[in-house]
Design a protein around this ligand. Structure first.
Ligand SMILES: Cc1cc2nc3c(=O)[nH]c(=O)nc-3n(C[C@H](O)[C@H](O)[C@H](O)COP(=O)(O)O)c2cc1C
Length: 190
């Protein structure tokens, strides 16, 4: 018997898309604990678990906005009021942010690059499982992910990196699928 060429899990992966506009509700703590399980079922060479997450729920987003604004002022003391406001308000674009942090362990067989890739898979697993629960989200980075003041304020250590701010919540409006053509030469049967 020939296997069907489409399956609901694959279809889910193909249909997945990000949502920049998000509102309440966001995943609750029970849902989040299930989502975390998916993040720790990703490929992980030598089981180093090179990722951790920081959850910022709605009542802490304003505090995060203040950290973003302070970080901007430190990076650019001449930042205009509108730039400051933009930084301050940027975490409010969702009712919840999960910060994905990679933590690299020195290991003879597992270079840092492999650990970062695994951490990225974990971040993606959080996005996918949120979507599977009926939520939506978007992975953002930008200056904030590379800012040492923000890292310190969030308790991100010297051997760690913020690999993404996963904005999560409920999609506002209809999904807008971006055109993702499969590049012509992306597969060669050798
Ligand atoms: C590591 C990484 C960092 C990203 N950073 C940003 C970002 O800072 N701002 C942004 O608008 N999109 C960012 N994106 C892209 C979005 O997450 C998203 O993939 C894009 O909007 C396309 O939407 P789609 O996922 O529905 O195709 C990033 C993606 C990745 C993988």
């Amino acid at each position: 018997m020939t296997k069907p060429i489409m399956n609901m899990h694959v279809e889910f992966l193909i249909e997945r898309n990000s949502a920049a506009r998000l509102d309440e509700p966001a995943p609750n703590r029970s849902e989040l604990s299930v989502m975390l399980k998916s993040a720790f079922r990703v490929p992980d060479h030598a089981g180093l678990k090179p990722v951790r997450f920081i959850s910022i729920e709605s009542h802490r987003l304003e505090a995060l906005g203040n950290v973003f604004e302070q970080a901007l002022i430190k990076r650019n003391p001449a930042a205009s009021e509108s730039q400051r406001e933009r930084a301050r308000k940027s975490p409010m674009r969702a009712p919840m942010i999960i910060v994905a942090v990679s933590k690299i362990t020195r290991h003879a067989q597992v270079p840092a690059m492999e650990q970062r890739l695994s951490a990225g898979c974990s971040a993606y697993a959080i996005l996918l499982s949120a979507e599977a629960f009926g939520y939506a989200g978007i992975w953002r980075t930008g200056d904030a992910s590379r800012d040492s003041y923000i890292a310190k304020s969030l308790g991100v250590g010297e051997n760690e990196e913020i690999i993404g701010f996963l904005y999560l919540g409920t999609r506002i409006g209809e999904p807008k699928m971006l055109d993702k053509d499969i590049p012509e030469n992306c597969l060669r049967h050798w």
